[in-house]
Structures are given as C-alpha cells and as structure tokens.
Design a protein around this ligand. Structure first.
Ligand code: PSV
Ligand code: MN
Length: 401
C-alpha cells in the first residue's frame, strides 16, 4: 500500500469502526401486506430466534450491536418479559435497542389511541406508553420510539384541534415519566392506515409536539414516511439545526411506506441524508449523549430472505455512509461559496460514485470479519440450519409490520 492508500484506509477504518445501525426484531419475523403473507421457513417466531438472527447479522457486518423491540410483539407480558431479554442479551451479545410501544393493534384503537375521543381509551394508551418507558428503563434502553396510527378516513368525522390537544396532554404526561437519560422519539407519517388525516403527519407537527412535551423529546425520521419527491435531506438539515433530530428509521420505497431495503431504489437519497449528518457533525460540537442520533432500520422483508435482506441493508448503509463521510467538505464549502455550481456538484457526485467496496473489504478483513458478508452468509450454513429447525412452525405473531 502506498502512503496515501494507507492514510485513506486509516481514515476509512476510523469511520467504519464508529458506524452502527440498529436492526428491528420485526424484520426477522413473518410479515406481509394486507393481501397476505408468504411465510418463510427461516423466519423467527420467538424472541430468542430474533436475537439469534440479530447476532448472525452483527457477526457478519460488525455494525449491528442492538435490536429494536416492539413491546406487544416481543414483550407481550410487559415487565415480566424483561428478564428473558436480559438473558438473551447475555447469551447473544446483542443489546436491546429502542423500545417501540404498540398503539395500533389492539381492537380498542379502532378510532385512535392517544387521540381517541374516548377518555378511557386515551388513558389506556397512555398507560401503555408509560409501561413501555418503564420497560425501557429496566432494559437500559435510552429511546422510546412512538408511532401512532391515529387519524381519520373521512372529512368532518373527527375534530383535528381537539385531537391536537389530547396529543399534547399525553406527550407532556409521558415526558414527565422519562428518566434523565431517556428520550421520547416522535415519528411522523403522512398517511396509512388513516387516509384523510394523520394526527402526526409531518416533521412540523412532530417538532411542535416534541417542544411541547419537553427537552427529552425528539423527532424520528422514517424515510418511507414522506410524500413522493419530498426533500428529506432538507428536513434532516432543519431538524439538526433545531437540535430536534432524534433518530432515523431507514428503508426505501418507490411509492409509499414500501419498507424496501435501504438504497434499493434511490441510494443517492441516503447518501444526501448522510452528507447532511456528516456536515453537521463536522461543523457543530457534540451536544452530549441525549443528542447522539441513532440510525435504525425499519424494514420488513416479505419476498427477500429476511437475514439476507438485513445483511444487504447494513452493507449498503456502510458503503453509503463511508462515501458521504469521505467527501472533501472543505473543498466543497469553497466551491459552494464561490457558486461554482458544476464543480461543486461534480465533487459531490464523484463522492457518491466512488467505489468504496475495496476499502470496506479491507476494513472487514482487518477486523476479522468476512470480506463479503453476503457471500459469507450464503456459505456459513446458518440459514439452512434455522430453516430445518424452524420448519413447520407458524409465527405466533399476527403482524403486518
Ligand atoms: C409504521 O409504519 C412504522 O414505521 C412504525 O415505526 C412502526 O413501529 C413500524 O413501522 C412497524 O410497524
Ligand atoms: Mn418507522
């Protein structure tokens, strides 16, 4: 290696050593669309299987030490299931990640959860959020990640302003129960399952709610939760500027919340989002642990093999992160300042088109990982083994995540 090659490798290695992305437990389970589910023999149906699959992904990629959990799907007995999670953390080396309350599946939530016109149902939903905060506390999980399916399908059938007030009240109450090192992440989504109005439809609504709730509430950006052609990286830049960016749910989409694997449709968009984050990190001093922005994947794989899709996603995230982190931002800033449009764009595009895969392989080998995690997965026999072990078992979880 020439001195400049080895300097580049050292820089890349430092970037990759620090890059982590959380994977979701529901990405390993049988899920589908509203038209049906195609069950996979290797799908996980128990929490133990989900932790084992997460450990396999981490073993291959070196970048996924935490697993996001959905309370109803993973800890259906609430606090009583915490001990099992601790045991799985010990046996697999994977830690529990963000905790996701489930405010959308129970029959009582037909007309909403925290925004339901029934005071009783709103109280039950809030209780579930508070229970989830306590679960997170016992699991030493910093983030409680809130997504509501609340909304309405027909104009005039619900009072939007009353629902705003109910939401404000609930989030203030939830925030009061956070420990000092915990955070409430508030996710937005413009439509689905509600198709006329969604109670937290965009980042403006989410930002307002976070500011109303308190300083430990932050906005969660799910890349699939935007209208087509929306400039997501600009939203990210604004949230960073406002100190309100809490985290990401990464996935890709062609039409709506398609849950496709990251970068499969538009890798340039992920690169542009990563650039905004890298730029912010370089220009602003760290504001402490509450402001560290976690990357999470929110995907459910219906057609691709679940573990294979997850490994492919993580490897893609590593490539795109490395490309964005290696941008010569000093030079870019100078070109921006002098309004040298084509040169600025070419520098930016050049970073995107740069093939960083040889650097990634070299980093993997240096860290004792397989140079190509997907090839390693295909040859290590894990999928064949779990397919045999899990065959003929039906998922106990009826989710369409
Ligand atoms: C909703 O579409 C969402 O993005 C939320 O994050 C949920 O928790 C997740 O998907 C799983 O259904
Ligand atoms: Mn999400």
């Amino acid at each position: 290696m020439s001195p400049s090659d080895s300097a580049l490798f050292e820089t890349a290695a430092q970037i990759l050593d620090r890059f982590q992305i959380e994977i979701p437990s529901w990405g390993f389970a049988n899920t589908g669309t509203r038209f049906g589910k195609f069950v996979q023999p290797a799908a996980a149906s128990t929490l133990e299987e989900k932790f084992n699959d997460a450990a396999e992904v981490h073993r291959l990629t070196g970048a996924t030490p935490t697993l996001a959990l959905h309370v109803l799907w993973d800890l259906p007995r609430g606090l009583a299931d915490v001990e099992q999670v601790h045991a799985l953390e010990r046996s697999t080396g994977i830690r529990a990640g963000s905790i996701n309350p489930n405010l959308f599946q129970d029959q009582q939530y037909k007309f909403g959860s925290l925004c339901n016109p029934s005071e009783e149902i709103r109280a039950a939903a809030l209780r579930h959020v508070l229970d989830s905060i306590e679960i997170a506390h016992h699991l030493h999980a910093r983030d409680i990640s809130l997504w509501l399916a609340d909304g309405s399908n027909y104009p005039g059938t619900q009072s939007i302003p009353r629902r705003i007030e109910w939401l404000e009240e609930a989030l203030i109450a939830a925030h009061q129960c956070l420990a000092p090192d915990q955070r409430l992440l508030v996710e937005y989504k413009p439509f689905e399952p509600a198709f006329y109005h969604t109670d937290i439809a965009d980042w403006g609504m989410s930002s307002h709610l976070c500011r109303t709730a308190g300083p430990q509430a932050f906005v969660l950006v799910d890349t699939g939760h935007h209208y087509l052609s929306q400039n997501i990286e600009q939203i990210v830049a604004w949230l960073l500027h406002l100190n309100l960016l809490g985290g990401f749910h990464f996935n890709d989409r062609r039409y709506a919340d398609d849950d496709l694997t990251l970068g499969s449709i538009d890798p340039y968009q992920v690169f542009r989002i990563f650039h905004e984050i890298c730029q912010h990190r370089q220009s602003s001093p760290s504001k402490g642990p509450l402001h560290a922005v976690p990357f999470m994947i929110d995907q459910s794989h219906n057609l691709k093999g679940k573990i294979e899709a997850m490994v492919q996603t993580v490897a893609t995230a590593q490539e795109l992160w490395l490309k964005a982190a290696l941008i010569d931002r000093e030079q870019l800033a100078a070109l921006q300042q002098s309004c040298d449009l084509v040169a600025a764009e070419e520098l930016f595009r050049g970073a995107f088109w740069r093939d960083v895969r040889p650097l990634l392989s070299a980093w993997r080998e240096a860290r004792g990982l397989a140079p190509n995690p997907l090839t390693a997965l295909r040859s290590d026999g894990y999928i064949e083994r779990i397919s045999r072990e899990r065959a003929n078992r039906q998922s106990t979880v009826g989710s369409y995540a």
